[in-house]
Design a binder for this molecule. Structure first.
Ligand code: DAH
Length: 342
C-alpha cells in the first residue's frame, strides 16, 4: 500500500472516530492513538527507513502535511467540546433571580409588650403623655416625697434593694410622679411605664423584677369621679364591653383617700371561675387622690390643685388577659411559649 493510501486510511479513521468523540477524555485518547509515540501516523514516520532514499523527502512531506491536518481536525473538535462544556456549565449554574427566597422564621411581639402598647394607646387617646424615670432612684423620690416615712414597713430591707443609704432600685413607678410634679406645672396628665424591683424570691406569682404603669393627673377640680371614669374607660377599652371596676377602700401613704381596684374577671365575665377564685373580680391596681401633703412637698399648691394617681401591675393584667398560669413564663424566652402570641 502506498503512502498516500495509508494516509487516506488514517484520515478516514480520524474522521470516523471524531464524529463519535463526545468529551475531552475520548479526544485525548484519539490524539494519542494517531499522533502519540505509538500512534498510527508516528508508525508511518518510523517506516520511512524502508523507503528508497529518493522517495523519502516526498513521503516526509506527505506525513508532515497529514500531521498538520489531523492536529487541526483534533483542535477544532477540542474547541467545539470546550464551548459545549462551558455552555452546559453556565446553564447548570444559572440562578433564577425571580424565585422567591425562603423566609427566615419571624419572631412575635412579647405579650408584655402587647399589653404595654395597648395601655399606652388607651391612655394616649385620653390625652396622657408617656414619661420615664430612672430605675436607680434616690430614696428621696422613691419614699420621702411620697410621704413614706423612715419607719414605714414598705422601706423594710426585705422589700427594697438598697444600693446605699440614699440610693435604691425603685420599688414602684410612683417616684416618677414626684419627679414630674417638681418639674412641670399643672395641668399634668402622664403615664409612666417601667421596671421596678423588690427583694422577692422568684415563683409563680412573684419576681424580683417586674413592671408597673403609673398614672398621674393634676388639675383644678379633679375628683374621685374623674379617677373612676378614667379607670372604667381603661377597663372597657382594653378588655371589652361589660368589664368594669370595683373600688375597695385601702391605704397608700401618697394618696388620700386610697382604693384598690378590681376588674370584672375577663375569664368568666363576673360569673365566678377558677381564675378569680369564684369571686368574679380580679385585683389589678392601686389608686387614690394624691395626698395634699405630697402635692405641697412637690411644689404644687394643694389649696388650688387636686389630682389622682394609679399604679397598675403589668404582669398581672397580662397573665389575666391570656390565662398565663405562671409569671416565670414571661421571662424565660421559650419560643414554644412566645410563639403562641403571633
Ligand atoms: N405604688 C403602689 C405599689 O407599688 C401602687 C400605687 C398605688 C400607685 C396607689 C399609685 C397609687 O399611684 O395612687 O404598690
Amino acid at each position: 500500500m502506498g503512502m498516500k493510501e495509508r494516509i487516506a486510511e488514517i484520515h478516514e479513521l480520524v474522521s470516523g472516530e471524531l464524529s463519535q468523540v463526545d468529551g475531552m477524555q475520548a479526544l485525548d485518547a484519539l490524539r494519542v492513538k494517531i499522533l502519540g509515540k505509538k500512534g498510527e501516523l508516528t508508525a508511518l514516520l518510523r517506516g520511512m527507513g524502508q523507503l528508497a532514499p529518493e522517495e523519502r523527502p516526498a513521503a516526509g512531506q506527505l506525513i508532515n502535511e497529514a500531521r498538520e491536518k489531523f492536529t487541526a481536525m483534533l483542535d477544532e473538535r477540542l474547541a467545539a467540546i470546550k464551548a459545549r462544556d462551558r455552555e452546559e456549565a453556565l446553564r447548570r449554574e444559572t440562578i433564577d433571580v425571580t424565585q422567591p427566597a425562603p423566609l427566615p422564621p419571624l419572631g412575635s411581639e412579647h405579650p408584655m409588650n402587647v399589653t404595654l402598647q395597648a395601655l399606652v394607646d388607651c391612655f394616649a387617646g385620653m390625652g396622657f403623655e408617656v414619661v420615664e424615670g430612672p430605675e436607680i432612684e434616690l430614696d428621696h423620690y422613691n419614699f420621702e416625697l411620697l410621704n413614706i416615712p423612715k419607719n414605714h414597713p414598705a422601706r423594710d430591707a426585705q422589700d427594697t434593694f438598697y444600693i446605699d443609704d440614699n440610693i435604691v432600685l425603685r420599688t414602684h413607678t410612683s417616684p416618677v410622679q414626684a419627679r414630674t410634679m417638681l418639674t412641670r406645672k399643672p395641668p399634668i396628665r402622664i403615664i409612666c411605664p417601667g421596671r421596678v424591683y423588690r427583694a422577692d424570691e422568684l415563683d409563680a406569682t412573684h419576681s424580683p423584677v417586674f413592671h408597673q404603669l403609673e398614672g398621674l393627673v393634676i388639675d383644678k377640680d379633679v375628683t374621685m369621679a374623674d379617677l373612676r371614669g378614667t379607670l372604667n374607660a381603661f377597663a372597657e377599652r382594653l378588655y371589652g364591653k361589660g368589664i368594669t371596676t370595683r373600688f375597695r377602700p385601702s391605704f397608700f401613704p401618697f394618696t388620700e383617700p386610697s382604693a384598690e381596684v378590681d376588674l370584672t374577671c375577663m375569664a368568666c365575665h363576673g360569673a365566678g371561675c377558677r381564675v378569680c377564685k369564684g369571686t368574679g373580680w380580679i385585683e389589678v391596681l392601686g389608686c387614690g387622690m394624691v395626698n395634699p401633703k405630697v402635692l405641697d412637698m412637690c411644689g404644687i399648691d394643694s389649696s388650688v390643685y387636686s389630682g389622682f394617681a394609679f399604679g397598675i401591675g403589668l404582669e398581672r393584667i397580662t397573665m389575666m388577659k391570656y390565662g398565663i398560669p405562671d409569671l416565670r413564663l414571661l421571662y424565660e424566652g421559650d419560643m414554644r411559649f412566645l410563639g403562641q402570641f403571633k
